[in-house]
Design a protein around this ligand. Sequence first.
Ligand SMILES: [Zn+2]
Length: 143
Amino acid sequence: MLCNRLVVDVHAMDFIFNHVRSTYPREAFGVLLGYFSGDAYIVKRAIALEKGYSSEFSFSIDYREWLERVLAGVKQGLCYIGMYHSHPDAEPLPSTEDVHTMIQCPGEVWLIVGVWSDGRVEYAAYTIPGPGCGIARLVVEFL
Ligand SMILES: [Zn+2]
């Protein structure tokens, strides 16, 4: 069954909102860990990535740090669900660069959080379910 919902633990979402606000006006990014259940991706933990590079318009991860965080999650019984990152002063729509990266990582969930100077946040989640598939928007829910 294809997953079309992203269910995020409220504590993990709080962590993400705090991270994107504290990193503003640069982009913040991190990994989403959890499990799969029926038609949903369940996010139990979000972990910030601190190395890599980010500006107001882009980010790039340190792959060694990414792998360390994912493997630490696997040791705790959690699966890699995907990435979150922020769009300072911009809507949570995938950029051209985001889409290019997503095409290389089919099956990954991308949670994007728009964040503004007054602390307001807007979020949306996307995935490219498999090679050759188009981009799909996921319904985001909290648990
Ligand atoms: Zn982006």
